[in-house]
Design a protein. Structure first.
Length: 247
C-alpha cells in the first residue's frame, strides 16, 4: 500500500490516512526525502528514508553569522541581542505542589498531575528545541557557540541546574546537525573570558555571575551581560575562520 508522507521541521512524519508520528532520528537526514518506507520489528516501528542529495547545492542564508551565549535567565542570547526565552513549562504546576501539605490527598493528586506533566513537558521541550534550531540553521551560515564543559559547572549547583533544565547540550547537538544538513556550520569555541571582556574595546571588565549588565568605563559600552558575551563569541569565531565581520 502506498501513502503520501511528509516530514515537518519538528520531525513529525505525516502519513496520509494514517496520521502523524514523531520520528526519532538515529542519524541526521541529509538531502531531499524521496520515499519513506515504514517497517515493523517487534514492538518498534522504523521509518526508512530514501533521499536525493545534490552536490554543491548553494544555500542562501539571510545572515552570514551569529554568536550564541547560553543564558541562565533566558535560554540563549544571540549576538544581535535577540533572546530565546527559557522553556520552563513545569514551573507553574510544580510551584503549586510545593504549596500543598506533603502527603495530603490534594498533594498526592497534584504529584500525579506533575508526573504526567513531566512526559508532556519532555515533548514540548523537544518541539521547542526543534523549532528554534530549525529557525537558526536556516538563518545563519555560521553559528558560533562556546564549548562549555558542563561537568565542571556542576560545582555551582544553581548554574548546573539552570543549564540542565534548559537542556543546552541536547539543543546544541540538534542545532549542529540541522546546520550541517542545511549547508551551514556550527562552530564550537573554546571559552575565553567571553563574559568578562568588552565587546566594544576588548578591555577586561571583571564581574561576578550575579552582575547581569556589562558596563565598560573605557569605551562606554553598556550591554546585557549575555548579549556582550554573544558578540565576543561571534567575533572570536569569525577571527578563527579568518572571516571579517560584515556589520
Ligand atoms: Zn569597552
Amino acid at each position: 500500500m502506498r501513502y503520501a508522507a511528509s516530514l515537518d521541521e519538528n520531525n513529525h512524519l505525516l502519513i496520509s490516512k494514517l496520521g502523524t508520528v514523531y520520528v526519532n532520528f538515529h542519524r541526521p537526514l541529509e538531502g531531499k526525502v524521496k520515499q519513506v518506507t515504514i517497517k515493523r520489528q517487534g514492538n518498534h516501528w522504523f521509518a526508512i528514508f530514501s533521499v536525493e542529495k545534490h552536490v554543491n547545492e548553494t544555500v542562501d542564508f539571510p545572515v552570514p553569522s551569529t554568536g550564541i551565549d547560553v543564558g541562565i535567565q533566558t535560554f540563549a542570547v544571540l549576538s544581535d541581542g535577540t533572546k530565546v526565552e527559557n522553556p520552563r513549562f513545569l514551573l507553574k504546576e510544580e510551584k503549586k505542589l510545593s504549596h500543598m501539605k506533603k502527603g495530603s490527598n490534594n498533594w498526592k493528586k497534584q504529584l500525579q498531575k506533575v508526573q504526567q506533566l513531566h512526559i508532556k513537558v519532555a515533548n514540548q521541550r523537544r518541539d521547542f528545541f526543534h523549532k528554534q534550531s530549525y529557525r537558526l540553521s536556516k538563518t545563519y551560515e555560521f553559528v558560533f557557540v562556546e564549548d562549555l564543559n558542563i561537568r565542571k559547572m556542576v560545582k555551582n549547583r544553581h548554574l548546573a541546574k539552570a543549564i540542565h533544565d534548559a537542556g543546552w547540550g541536547a539543543f546544541r547537538n540538534m542545532l549542529e546537525y540541522k546546520c550541517k544538513n542545511n549547508g551551514g556550520k556550527l562552530v564550537r569555541m573554546k571559552p575565553h573570558y567571553t563574559s568578562q571582556d568588552c565587546s566594544g574595546c576588548k578591555k577586561r571588565v571583571k564581574k561576578s555571575l550575579s552582575v547581569r549588565t556589562h558596563v565598560c568605563k573605557s569605551c562606554g559600552t553598556i550591554l546585557d551581560r549575555d548579549h556582550n558575551a554573544a558578540i565576543n563569541i561571534e567575533k572570536a569565531g569569525l577571527d578563527l575562520l579568518g572571516l571579517c565581520p560584515t556589520a
